[in-house]
Design a protein. Sequence first.
Length: 271
Amino acid sequence: MRYLTTCILICSVVGAPATAAPSLPLWEAGVIGGGVSMPAYPASDERSARGIVFPYLVYRGKVFRSDESGLLARILRTERMELDLGFAASLPVRSGGVNAREGMPNLGALGEFGPRLKVKIGPPATTQVQFELPVRAVIEARGGLHKRGWTAEPRLAWSAEDASKRLSYGTSFSAVFGDRSINRYFYEVEPRFATPVRPAYAADNGLILVRLGASANYKLTRDLRLYGYLRAESYADSANRESPLHRKSHGFSGGFAVAWIMGRSSRPAAD
């Protein structure tokens, strides 16, 4: 569920899928900084904006990788299909800063781990259409580690790059589904947290959101790169739209980042 991963792995969200090239180095390292603005949680009527600076690392190993897709380990790869195990994380949300959740437990930092199937549609070319199906277990880190359920996000993505290979861009359309546990995490109101304006509510499994996104990255120089993304999300058909914590039928998010590459491997990637 990429909604949960925006803050930490910013380049996994704003980096458009790029076409692999044999000349790419095995690893690149540096620093990345930028900002994001998004709903505090899916269907929240309040926003969270953050500026972040943290280390930037891209590793293009044959099995283990850290790139525009996040942290992952390849299990199977053919010309048209790929299966991997991925991991991503997000920053926490304080309920005290969100009126709808006032007095309720904070939303802790979340980690996601699980398999993803990718299938290329059409002949391999510079322009690519790809179907993805990630299925992820969600773990919360707040006073220990707690399993918060499962998500699945069937996704159709289109990506391309210009002739100079300096500009990569893409769009995607996806739907995020969650089991009852993750929907309870976002939308359930236990009787002890009910108020006159926030009645008790028992959440159910099902659709969380539908998303349309666009992203791009541009190589200013060999060592300086720009990233940006925009996403529009619809919560109108959410399985838990009757929850008092479900405050909006649509939302959007956006972000940008600048990466400065300070070092790279002389050894090319084996991809």
